[in-house]
Design a binder for this molecule. Structure first.
Ligand SMILES: [Zn+2]
Length: 189
C-alpha cells in the first residue's frame, strides 16, 4: 500500500474580482518505492521548503504528476528534470495506472476539458487527489455534505455537467478527497 502526505495546502485568495493569488495543494505519495509528487504548485520556495521538511530535495522526486495544466498547479514542474514530469495527456492513450506505481488515474473533466484525478490506496482508506474537481476560495466556508459538494459553484468551470459527473465519480470511489485549494475532507456516506 501507498502512503500520502499533503505537503502544501492549496489556497485561493481572490484579491480583486476574478483575480486570485493561488497555489495548488501539493501531495507527496510514496508508491512502490517511488517518491511521486502531485501538483507541484506555483512557488519554488514553498515547494523546496515543504520537501526539506520531509527530508527531501527536488532530486529525490522520481515522478511529477499534474491534475491539469493550470499554472497554479504545474509551474513548479519546471524545477524538475523533464523526464520526471509525466503528462498523462501526452501519452497515446490515458494510462489507467501511473507506470511503476500503484497510482490509479481517473479522467475527471469539467473544470477544464483535460483533467485527471489520482486514486491512492493507503492503510487509512482510499484517497482521491482531485485537483480542481473540488476547490474553495479562502473566504468560502468549506461545506462537505453531499448536497453542498455537488452544488458547489466553480466560477472557472468549462463544463458544469461534466464537472458534476466527475464529482460523483470521485465521491463514490474514495473515502477521502484532497481538493486543489482547501482542506482534505471525508467523502459523505
Ligand atoms: Zn487550481
Amino acid at each position: 500500500m501507498d502512503t500520502l502526505k499533503i505537503i502544501v495546502k492549496g489556497y485561493a485568495d481572490q484579491f480583486a474580482p476574478g483575480r486570485y493569488k493561488a497555489t495548488s495543494t501539493t501531495i507527496l505519495v510514496k508508491s512502490n518505492g517511488k517518491n511521486v509528487l502531485i501538483d507541484p504548485g506555483l512557488y519554488p520556495k514553498d515547494l523546496k521548503t515543504a520537501l526539506a521538511n520531509e527530508g527531501l530535495t527536488l532530486d529525490d522526486i522520481d515522478i511529477v504528476l499534474n491534475s491539469h495544466s493550470h499554472q497554479d498547479h504545474v509551474r513548479n514542474g519546471k524545477l524538475f528534470d523533464k523526464s520526471k514530469v509525466l503528462d498523462v495527456y501526452s501519452q497515446k492513450s490515458i494510462p489507467e495506472m501511473i507506470p511503476d506505481t500503484n497510482i490509479q488515474v481517473i479522467v475527471t473533466p469539467g473544470h477544464v476539458d483535460k483533467h485527471v484525478s489520482f486514486i491512492i490506496d493507503t492503510p487509512d482508506g482510499k484517497y482521491a487527489v482531485a485537483g480542481d474537481v473540488f476547490w474553495w476560495e479562502d473566504k468560502q466556508e468549506q461545506k462537505t455534505d453531499e448536497k453542498s459538494l455537488l452544488s458547489l459553484v466553480d466560477p472557472l468551470a468549462k463544463d458544469v455537467e461534466l464537472l458534476q459527473n466527475s464529482r460523483k465519480k470521485l465521491l463514490a470511489m474514495a473515502d477521502f478527497i484532497i481538493p486543489g485549494h482547501g482542506g482534505q475532507f471525508a467523502a459523505p456516506r
